[in-house]
Design a protein around this ligand. Structure first.
Ligand code: FMN
Length: 272
């Protein structure tokens, strides 16, 4: 899946004119398009494209996005212009025109990566400074009301799917915060196994296939079936086998680090 570096472009056509939904995907993995998160994100976006969606993909690693200074001027200004002059100048136009935002991030300390959180903070100019009560909760209304969906794609290192609980709760809250509908989560636990197993020709092709079909379904039906989501998250190996092979890999990494540093294999139990 091609990623784009951001440059001054014509504002994307509103989807009402083209009849196809605008999908803006942002991958916040430092491994960009070659990481574990991309193993699920890319087929998902391929599926969306196959159903006619206008899909654009950016990686935060290729973007310069400064952290929010907290002055709230962007919320007060009708054009939402932030004090920073950086890649968010262009990206915010694409976010404004997106019908579906696909936010992809590996799980870092139980949540999104730092660059994804910075990006989420910098979406605040979509909102008015004024507050109202909606569904019994204080909210900032959108400056430009628009039906928008948020979908989360994530991968993590630990074995259990419940490692994503905090992240999913955060994304649900974020979607409410920007008045969007939270429309699905594609989660891949013990994700390191997937790449290796695909490379070995193990029978795991059902996982990227399910991600592709999830993309198609999302565009066709505005939903993703629980069966597809379950396949994407399904166990690849038993937990004890995963721990054993992971620790073996970590031991090899540790030994290599020692050898590269000219210290020889002098580590005990993986401790440097
Ligand atoms: C700084 C850091 C924090 C991480 N925190 C967690 C964590 O809390 N739980 C977990 O299961 N995996 C954690 N991981 C592992 C990543 O989520 C996992 O390797 C992920 O699949 C990487 O995706 P990527 O290849 O797309 O970057 C962490 C990795 C790093 C580098």
């Amino acid at each position: 899946m091609d990623t784009k570096t951001i440059k001054k472009t014509n504002e994307p056509k509103p989807s009402e004119k083209t009849g196809c939904p605008n999908v803006l995907a942002i991958n916040a993995s430092p491994h960009r398009n070659t990481g574990n998160t991309a193993e699920i994100l890319n087929p998902f976006l391929e599926g969306m494209r196959a159903e006619g969606a206008n899909v654009e993909l950016f990686c935060t690693e290729d973007l310069a996005i400064n952290s929010c200074k907290g002055d709230l001027f962007c919320m007060i200004r009708p054009d939402g212009r932030c004090i920073h002059r950086d890649d968010m100048d262009e990206l915010i136009l694409k976010i404004r025109n997106a019908d579906i935002l696909v936010l992809a991030s590996p799980l870092y300390v139980d949540d999104v990566t730092g660059p994804m959180k910075t990006l989420m903070d910098r979406m605040v100019p979509l909102l008015q400074i004024f507050i109202e009560t909606r569904d019994g909760h204080t909210r900032h209304p959108l400056k430009e009301p628009r039906k928008r969906r948020v979908i989360l794609v994530s991968s993590c290192g630990f074995w259990e799917p419940d490692n994503f609980d905090v992240l999913v709760a955060h994304m649900q809250a974020f979607a409410k915060n920007i008045t969007a509908e939270f429309s699905g989560v594609l989660l891949r636990p013990h994700a390191a196994s997937l790449k290796g197993m695909i490379a070995m020709g193990a029978p795991v092709q059902d996982i990227p296939d399910a991600a592709r079909e999830a993309g198609r379904q999302m565009i066709r039906e505005n939903r993703i079936s629980p069966a597809l989501l379950e396949t994407i998250s399904r166990p690849l190996v038993p937990r004890d086998v995963y721990q054993q092979t992971s620790n073996q890999h970590f031991m090899e990494m540790t030994l290599k680090l020692h050898q590269d540093a000219g210290k020889g294999p002098g580590c005990q139990n993986g401790v440097l």
